[in-house]
Design a protein around this ligand. Structure first.
Ligand code: UGA
Length: 420
């Protein structure tokens, strides 16, 4: 149920594991496009898997949920759970689908939640279905946008939780061809696990961004600090890159949701609150850095932005720190021109261009906000000629400072010594 990036990836990947999958979506036009093999989202390998599933007749797309589930052994709920009132997850889509199919599900069919849902949702769904013969199973996904297919087929772990232990084991068995450890547990633990993992990642990043700030104040280099930290296997090497703050469709939503969950359990999760506040502080420090590079006053400053998506490899602008920074710059009266290889069209307050060089034209400051590899390969000598000022602010520590200095520009990153 649902052909967003989680649903479509899950459907296409389960089909590639040999299962027969019918993907359902309420958007009829989208269903027609997918049935013709047209994938709208930017996800490497996904279009190929969809095409193969269609050819092998293991994958189909329909818009009628009730028709699709009549013979199903499992139904995966992959509908959105956006941030609702007060930061809690909005479960209306999950509940609507469950209510729609409750009567027609065959006995014994497992109802599997893939969507990130608050602890206790499995129980709520079971009550909503009002049937004893339908096991409800939580099977959270750990897909990253941009590497969703690779993450699905090469996972670190499979997590399955249900108060019906046999159903949990059966769902875990659907993944037996993937060589990954599985954690088979109760429903509440599986549901909490997903939030605990995403929020840990958010805290790790807020921690790194704080240490990067300390590096700047103390004259240390965050690259060396995190390299040294990362070799400690208890810390691990990934998720240690400082940046303009963490964003996207998951971490901001899930941190808010877990804070609400903690609140309802009357627990003050101060550590997580601090991580969220630090993320706002990081964005504000980046804005102050850009203002400093523009001579202290953003009003009338011409700022060129490289990157708008929340991270490289995606065209997703949801909760993008880059977009949020761009809006604040505009609000302070800066003239903002932006380029992102995956983002086109119009955005309020700024000029979006289709060529990286055009952001440099007449710019006082050029800012790297998304870590697209192609920004490394730009002709920085030419960009320097187009610019009026000479400041490059690299919020992803993406560029080689020597190359920027060689072009006659100054470079400042995050948590690293400024170079001019
Ligand atoms: C995240 C999790 O990584 C997935 O495991 C999870 O399945 C997914 O949410 C989800 O809940 O569906 P995603 O939102 O695609 O995946 O993005 P990430 O790759 O985790 O990046 C999140 C943010 O952290 C981005 O803004 C990124 O730029 C930032 N980041 C990441 C850093 O600033 N530094 C890093 O070292 C890594």
């Amino acid at each position: 149920m649902g052909t967003g990036y989680v649903g479509l990836t899950t459907g296409a990947c389960l089909a590639s594991l040999g299962h027969r999958v019918t993907c359902v979506d309420v958007d009829q036009a989208k269903v027609a496009r997918l049935a013709a093999g047209r994938v709208d989202i930017m996800e490497p390998g996904l279009a190929e898997l969809v095409a193969r599933g269609l050819t092998m007749r293991r994958l189909g797309f329909v818009s009628g949920a009730r028709e699709a589930v009549r013979e199903a052994e499992a139904v995966f709920l992959c509908v959105p759970t956006p941030m609702g009132a007060g930061g809690a997850a909005d479960l209306r889509a999950v509940e609507a689908v469950a209510a729609e199919i409750a009567e027609v599900l065959p006995a014994g069919c497992a109802l599997v939640t893939k969507s990130t849902v608050p602890v206790g949702t499995s129980r709520r769904i079971r009550d909503l279905l009002g049937r004893e013969d339908l096991p409800v199973v939580s099977n959270p996904e750990f897909l990253r946008e941009g590497t969703a297919v690779a993450d699905f087929l090469g996972p670190d772990r499979i997590v399955v939780g249900s108060d019906d232990a046999a159903a949990a084991r059966w769902v875990a068995g659907l993944y037996r061809d993937l060589s990954a450890p599985s954690v088979v547990t109760d429903a509440a633990s599986a549901e909490l696990m997903k939030y605990a993992a995403n929020c840990f990642l958010a805290m790790k990043l807020s921690y790194v961004n704080s240490v990067a700030e300390l590096c700047e104040r103390l004259g240390a280099d965050i690259d060396a600090v995190t390299e040294g930290m990362g070799y400690d296997r208890r810390i691990g090497r990934s998720f240690l890159k400082p940046g303009p703050g963490w964003g996207g469709s998951c971490l901001p939503k899930d941190t808010q949701a877990l804070l609400r969950i903690a609140e309802s359990a009357r627990f003050d999760f101060g550590l997580l609150t601090a991580a969220v506040e630090e993320n706002i502080a990081q964005r504000d420090r980046v804005i102050a850095k850009i203002a400093g590079a523009a001579g202290g006053d953003l009003s009338g400053a011409r700022i060129g932005l490289l990157g708008l998506a929340f991270k490289a490899g995606t065209d997703d602008l949801r909760n993008s720190p880059a977009l949020s920074i761009a809006s604040v710059l505009c609000a302070h009266g800066a003239e903002v021109t932006a380029y992102d290889p995956a983002v086109g069209g119009e955005l309020p307050g700024m000029t979006v261009v289709d060529d990286a060089h055009r952001v440099a034209k007449g710019a006082d400051v050029v800012v790297v906000l998304t870590e697209w590899d192609e920004f490394r390969r730009l002709d920085w000598g030419y960009l320097a000629e187009l610019m009026v000022g000479d400041a490059v602010v690299d919020t992803r520590n993406l560029l080689d400072p020597r190359q920027i200095l060689g072009a006659g520009l100054s470079w400042q990153g995050i948590g690293r010594p400024r170079r001019e």
